[in-house]
Design a protein around this ligand. Structure first.
Ligand SMILES: C[S@@+](CC[C@H](N)C(=O)[O-])C[C@H]1O[C@@H](n2cnc3c(N)ncnc32)[C@H](O)[C@@H]1O
Length: 212
């Protein structure tokens, strides 16, 4: 098994689970609605495991990958408590996902990952995701953000929680069209697109062009 270099953020684990997970319930529900019962799913940035817990109830197998051991510790504890035998979590780097998991999965999901990694990493994650899964679901901030409370809150939280370096990466993501812009640059099709009720989160489904 290859090694992934651990990467932490100061809010990983408890803070994320207490303050951010509850705000994101609609996002997880909308992702789950796109995934048919019985599917196999790879969550490429599982975080505290909140989405995996939701998918466990309808999917045959869920694998959650994350680069942050602190996020993973939280996710594993959560799963132990819930007792889902169809969920596993592993420490891995999604830019090299194919070295950590064996596909094919029906779906790979990356929720709130693209805005916080550099363009080269976005391309690598998507290339790997298309290799290990038949369909790829991305959920991330809408670009440009809506001028409502949710859009403004997301914007300032990125600066406050992520700091200036993260904010530069996030700004690049926004200035280059968010998820639709990213898929266009990479020549990947938009098979489906949706927004949450605030218009603050965009959801896209894509796949390797030759499989569509
Ligand atoms: C903003 S959090 C999103 C967590 C969760 N998916 C959600 O929607 O709430 C971003 C997550 O991506 C993880 N991450 C960042 N780069 C990664 C990489 N290269 N491979 C795997 N996970 C990564 C972080 O550790 C963090 O858990």
């Amino acid at each position: 098994m290859p090694e992934a270099t651990p990467r932490h953020r100061w809010y990983d684990g408890l803070l994320y689970a207490w303050f951010y997970d509850p705000v994101e319930a609609e996002k997880r529900r909308l992702i789950a609605e796109w995934i048919p019962p019985g599917s196999t799913v790879l969550d490429l940035c599982a975080g505290t495991g909140a989405l995996a817990m939701e998918l466990a109830q309808k999917c045959s197998r869920v694998v959650g990958m994350d680069i942050s051991p602190r996020m993973l510790a939280w996710a594993r504890a959560r799963n132990e408590k819930a007792g889902h035998s169809n969920v596993t979590f592993l420490h891995g780097d999604s830019t090299r996902a194919g070295r950590f998991v064996e596909g094919p999965f029906d779906f790979a999901v990356a929720s709130l990952l693209m805005h916080e990694i550099r363009e080269e990493e976005r391309a690598l994650v998507l290339s790997e995701a298309c290799k290990v899964a038949r369909r790829v679901i991305l959920a991330d901030f809408t670009a440009p953000p809506p001028s409502n409370l949710r859009g403004i809150m997301n914007h300032w939280m990125e600066l406050f929680f992520g700091g200036p370096a993260n904010f530069r990466v996030y700004s690049h993501y926004l200035e280059h069209g968010g998820l639709p812009g990213l898929l266009e640059r990479l020549g990947l099709p938009v098979l489906d697109l949706a927004r949450d009720r605030h218009g603050a989160c965009t959801f896209v489904m894509t796949a390797a062009p030759q499989t569509v």
